[in-house]
Structure formats: structure tokens, C-alpha cells
Design a protein around this ligand. Structure first.
Ligand code: ATP
Length: 264
């Protein structure tokens, strides 16, 4: 295992000891990589993120077996703030921001999770470079931003904690294609700057475009995993998750796919 890798090994999770949501899930986010987890509604994607971020107990869920580690450090059983302090930060689903606070105050709140105060100004600069609109709206209440801008703020707030690994739960869900494209480009840039990413997505085309490796979750278990480009080219994934076959290529080649097409 790489030194800073986030590794989930044989993880089983249940809710209220009745619903088994994950069954012996194993996956890794190598240092510097983007790993995607794909799956339909109810497959267990959000549960996986809750287990990693230490928030399962808020939903009456618990880890029944397995381990979660960042490098050599076990994350199982840590409180959410300790997971953040260890360097693993989740952007919550549904682009939740503090609606009554200003953009600036939301970013300050994110910085509370940083390992120390000394890098706050640099993190802020980095976030505003990634999302210039947040600088323009610094004093505005976050609740008044558009959906896409709130997603940018949610990602920006998470980056203020200076994560080693960013956990993203369907970051483009419900966004217009152009905004989804901008968010996707920013995820690539965040990763290029050195942050590893665990990307949870229902949109298989988008996830396979952004990720290095991918895992398919079905009813709580990993049924397929591998190199994202190879999965995107496999007949089974194309048929079941991308809604296309190799015969469709003849048509597609006339118009090369754009990111907008992937996210539409
Ligand atoms: P979606 O894309 O719809 O959010 P998902 O892949 O994220 O789906 P989860 O939300 O992780 O799936 O749900 C996995 C399973 O666990 C489902 O059967 C779901 O009904 C169940 N589940 C999720 N949260 C709870 C909870 N708090 N209590 C009981 N069961 C739950």
C-alpha cells in the first residue's frame, strides 16, 4: 500500500443491526489518485462515505467488520472531527452550506478543520483561484447562491481544511451541463494540485472520465473494479452503466464525445 493511501478493507456496515448496507467492501484511493465508486440508488455509496467520515452513528449505522486506514493510521471509530484532522474531508451530499452565513464565513468555518492556522491564507487564495466567483460573492449570504455556486462553496469549504483525501458525493447531481463541466474540470485541477479524491457517482460516464480506477457497487457489494478506462471500454459496463454498445461507436465517431455530452 502507498504511504498516504486511503484503504477500505473488508468493510461491512449495517443500520440498526437490521439493514446490511455494505458487505465486505475493499477499495483503495492511492496517494494522488482519483478513485470512483459507481452504483445505482441504494447501492451503498453514501453509506461508504459515512463509514469513512465517521458519521455512521448519526444515522444509526455501525461498522460490523473491516478496517479503514489512511496510510498506517486506522480511522475506524474516530469521531468526524478526528477524521478531518487526519486529512480526510467530505463534501456533503446536496451541496450543504451554512445558508445564513456569508461565503467568507463558510470558508472560515472550513478552515477550523485545518491542521494549523498558518496555511489558512494560502488555502483561501487557492480556493478563490479555483472558484473566482466566490471572491466576487464573498460578503453574500451562501443561501442566495445558485446551486452550482453552492457546490463550489461546499468544495471550497472542504479544501480550507487542507485535506489529503477529498470525499465527493455526487458533486454534479442536478447541475446544468455547463456547470457540471466546470465542477468536473475543477475536480481534475484539485487532484492535479496533489489532493487524492474518492468520487461517488451515479453518472458512470462522468466518473469513468475523471477517475483512474473505479469500483461498481451493487446492493452493498463491489461487483466490478479496475482501471477506469478499461471499465469504460468493457462491454458489460457500456451496456449496463453507459447505455451503449461498441456498435454505437460508429455513430459516436462522427461526433467525438465532449464532457458536456458525458454529463448530459
Ligand atoms: P443514493 O444514490 O440513493 O443515495 P446510495 O448508493 O448512496 O443511494 P445508501 O444511501 O448508502 O445508498 O443506502 C444503502 C442502503 O442502506 C439502502 O438499502 C438504504 O435504504 C439503507 N439505508 C441508508 N441509510 C439508512 C438509515 N439511516 N437507516 C436504515 N437504512 C438505511
Amino acid at each position: 500500500m502507498a504511504s498516504g493511501a486511503l484503504a477500505v478493507h473488508d468493510l461491512s456496515v449495517s443500520y440498526g443491526k437490521a439493514v446490511q448496507a455494505l458487505r465486505r467492501v475493499t477499495l483503495e484511493v492511492p496517494e494522488g489518485a482519483v478513485t470512483a465508486v459507481l452504483g445505482a440508488n441504494g447501492a451503498g455509496k453514501t453509506t461508504l462515505l459515512r463509514a469513512i467520515s465517521g458519521t455512521l452513528s448519526f444515522h444509526r449505522g455501525s461498522v460490523d467488520e473491516g478496517t479503514i486506514t489512511l496510510g498506517d493510521r486506522p480511522l475506524n471509530g474516530l469521531r468526524p472531527a478526528a477524521v478531518v484532522a487526519a486529512g480526510v474531508v467530505q463534501v456533503p451530499e446536496g451541496r450543504r452550506v451554512f445558508g445564513r452565513l456569508s461565503v467568507e464565513e463558510n470558508l472560515k468555518a472550513g478552515a477550523l478543520g485545518a491542521p494549523d492556522r498558518s496555511g489558512t491564507a494560502t488555502s483561501r487564495e487557492r480556493v478563490l483561484e479555483l472558484f473566482p466567483v466566490l471572491a466576487e460573492r464573498a460578503k453574500q449570504r451562501a443561501g442566495l447562491l445558485s446551486g452550482g455556486e453552492q457546490q463550489m462553496l461546499a468544495i471550497g469549504r472542504a479544501l480550507m481544511a487542507r485535506p489529503k483525501v477529498l470525499l465527493l458525493d455526487e458533486p454534479t447531481l442536478g447541475l446544468a451541463p455547463l456547470m457540471a463541466e466546470r465542477i468536473s474540470e475543477t475536480i481534475i485541477e484539485i487532484n492535479r494540485q496533489g489532493t487524492s479524491v474518492l468520487l461517488i457517482e451515479q453518472n458512470a460516464a462522468l466518473a469513468l472520465e475523471l477517475a483512474t480506477t473505479a469500483h461498481v457497487l451493487e446492493v452493498g457489494a463491489v461487483t466490478l473494479h479496475g482501471d477506469a478506462a478499461e471499465l469504460a471500454d468493457s462491454d458489460e459496463v457500456r451496456r449496463r452503466y453507459l447505455g451503449m454498445t461498441h456498435e454505437d461507436d460508429a455513430v459516436r465517431l462522427e461526433r467525438p464525445p465532449t464532457l458536456e455530452k458525458w454529463t448530459a
